[in-house]
Design a binder for this molecule. Structure first.
Ligand SMILES: Cc1ncc(COP(=O)(O)O)c(C=O)c1O
Length: 336
């Protein structure tokens, strides 16, 4: 029985066509700037996102870290959501390695940070305070797509206060498909953006950071310092290029499968399902129903995460039949 793995969209395995593209990739030593496939990917993603330059990095975490370190110096601060990856899920790297203080803010129900909250958190120029330098947003955030009008308003506010802006766009292409806009429109109001090829796009490794040429020069230095200088990385860049060619438009299938999953789970006793916007379904489960659910799902070849707040993520390696199997397994447990 094939496992239906809904733990994350990072679990995808490279397809045969992607592996073939990787095997055929022309490579060189990227630390010397000699890898033609890395150079091609960097040009391609910079142009797709409407920025001057790009840097290929091993992970989204490293893209965000070198991004923050390029915007901020020691004793500076970035404004960020409580649940944002760049605050909560990156090991405190910006503080530990960059000497940059995070100022976390509560989210609104739609995942945004309210303009009033952002403005209220910007510190006056006073030696008691860290210097507020950067606003960091995430799109999608918890599977929700932040609309363009919000992104424009939040970044305009940041600019009025001389803050730089960074977008963690690990799932930016999911947001673009959901909003029905070009990826560049989401990236446009930000000074820098990180995107991941290893999530919904299905590549095994790799992310990119984009921004101005000057910004990317600085990020390149930090990338070297944190150990992100890679050699014949064209093998990995080829997977990312293949993903951009073949796996962007199909994200709509993942969104449809997430909607199918949510519909299948709706109305089950003790379960409150949030209608998904993209490829992530959250469902809250009443305490007494939670015991044994994950074990039961596992016994039926279905993997998910959470205990009282369940999370199911659809992706390239899950089809409608897999979704139906997952729904059947949850129903079996909750209706028993
Ligand atoms: C929103 C978001 N940003 C950044 C990352 C970090 O990516 P990586 O796991 O490649 O470091 C993740 C990983 O799941 C993520 O979900």
């Amino acid at each position: 029985m094939k496992t239906v793995d809904l733990r994350s969209d990072t679990v995808t395995k490279p397809t045969a066509a992607m592996r073939a593209a990787m095997a055929m990739a022309e490579v060189g030593d990227d630390v010397f700037g000699d890898d033609p496939t890395v150079n091609l990917l960097q040009e391609r993603i910079a142009s797709l996102l409407g920025k001057e330059a790009a840097l290929f990095v091993p992970s989204g975490t490293q893209g965000n870290l070198v991004g923050i370190m390029s915007h901020c110096g020691r004793g500076d601060e970035y404004l960020v959501g409580q649940m944002a990856h760049t605050y909560r899920w990156e090991g405190g790297g910006a503080a530990a390695l960059g000497s940059v203080q995070p100022q976390p803010l509560e989210h609104e129900a739609d995942g945004s940070l309210s303009l009033a909250r952002i403005e209220g958190a910007i510190k006056p120029d006073d030696s008691h305070f860290a210097r507020t330098r950067l606003l960091c947003l995430e799109n999608t955030i918890g599977g929700k797509a932040l609309p363009l009008e919000y992104l424009e308003a939040a970044t305009a506010l940041a600019r009025r206060h001389d803050l730089s802006t960074h977008l963690d766009g690990a799932r930016l292409f999911n947001a673009a498909v959901r909003l029905g806009v070009p990826a560049a429109a989401i990236a446009a109001p930000f000074d820098s953006v990180s995107v991941c090829f290893s999530k919904g796009l299905g590549a095994p490794v790799g992310s990119a950071l984009v921004g101005s040429r000057r910004f990317i020069r600085s990020a390149h230095r930090w990338r070297k310092m944190v150990g992100g200088g890679m050699r014949q990385a064209g093998i990995l860049a080829a997977a990312a290029l293949h993903a951009l060619d073949h796996h962007v438009d199909r994200l709509a299938e993942d969104h449809a499968n997430a909607a199918r999953l949510a519909e299948g789970l709706a109305g089950l006793p003790g379960l409150t399902v949030e209608p998904p916007q993209t490829n992530i379904v959250f469902a809250d489960l009443q305490g007494d129903r939670a015991a044994g659910l994950m074990e039961h799902l596992k016994s039926r070849g279905v993997l998910a995460t959470g205990l009282y707040r369940l999370r199911f993520v659809t992706h390239l390696d899950v089809d409608a039949e897999g979704v139906d199997r997952a729904v059947a397994a949850v129903r079996e447990h909750l209706l028993a």
